[in-house]
Design a protein around this ligand. Structure first.
Ligand code: SF4
Length: 255
């Protein structure tokens, strides 16, 4: 939980749930797990329970208290759609996001099948705060992580969710995503893996994604090349940085 974040594509993190379990090769060097496990067993520390899943109901209302508009990465230390998070708790998270409409919320999952399964209930809950038939609010962005083309199915699930803004996080990028279908996708984040044991990210994989995004009018954000630490190889692709967003994160409020 932080009012500031080192993650380049967000401003703040909000973790009403912490902890998770691995689902695919992109989880092999999960930064959240590494961070959380460092504190396991330390009495009174927020990660005393390590990376075991824990709900924090007392954190639910936090974004409503943050008056300055921010891009907020929801559950940077977990996956909101993990099977052990009860439906009602997920709906309460959406309730807060709908109400705190001066922020942008960025929700990223590797479990879009559950997101899709819950999407009708989420739509119903959203409609309690807006006229019936109102589409999902544009300030709640929904994304899936895809590390290899084998996980393209996650995007197929996401496409069926009536989110206003859909995005893909291709990080850590572990193979070419040249064949990725970007229909109805607004934003793509790409990046290599960093930290001990990082796996290589080939420059052509990033260039392919950049070119696909440009050709398909999808906003492209290049996070970093990866390496022994996130800054080891920088953020430039062919001498420029790519910091695009699907919409001006704050201007939309006054539109
Ligand atoms: S889904 Fe995300 S938070 Fe959960 S283990 Fe994998 S990388 Fe970590």
């Amino acid at each position: 939980m932080s009012l500031q974040s080192n993650i380049e594509w967000t401003d703040a993190t909000w973790n009403p749930v912490t902890g998770c379990t691995e689902v695919s090769p992109g989880c092999d060097h999960c930064y959240a797990r590494t961070f959380a496990e460092r504190w396991r067993g330390i009495p009174g520390h927020p990660y005393e329970q390590g990376f075991d899943l824990k709900r924090w109901p007392e954190r639910l209302a936090l974004p409503l208290k943050w008056k300055k508009p921010r891009r907020i990465f929801t559950n940077s230390m977990s996956d909101l759609f993990h099977k052990d998070v009860p439906d009602e708790f997920i709906l309460q998270v959406f309730e807060v996001m709908v109400q705190a409409d001066w922020h942008i919320f960025q929700v990223l999952t590797k479990r879009p099948a559950r997101l899709l399964h819950l999407s009708e209930k989420i739509t119903d809950r959203i409609s309690q705060f807006a006229p019936a038939g109102t589409p999902w609010p544009a300030h709640i962005w929904l994304g899936v992580s895809i590390e290899t083309i084998q996980y393209q199915w996650r995007l197929e699930k996401l496409r069926q969710v009536p989110a206003a803004i859909r995005f893909v996080s291709a990080e850590p990028l572990l193979d070419s995503l040249m064949m990725l279908d970007l229909r109805d996708i607004d934003w793509l984040i790409a990046g290599g893996e960093s930290g001990p044991g990082h796996r290589p990210c080939k420059p052509e994989w990033i260039r392919e994604l950049r070119d696909k995004c440009v050709a398909n009018n999808v906003a492209f954000f290049f996070k970093q090349w990866g390496g022994r630490n996130p800054k080891a190889k920088g953020r430039e692709v062919d001498n420029r940085t790519w910091d695009e967003f699907p919409m001006d994160a704050y201007a939309w409020q006054s539109a």
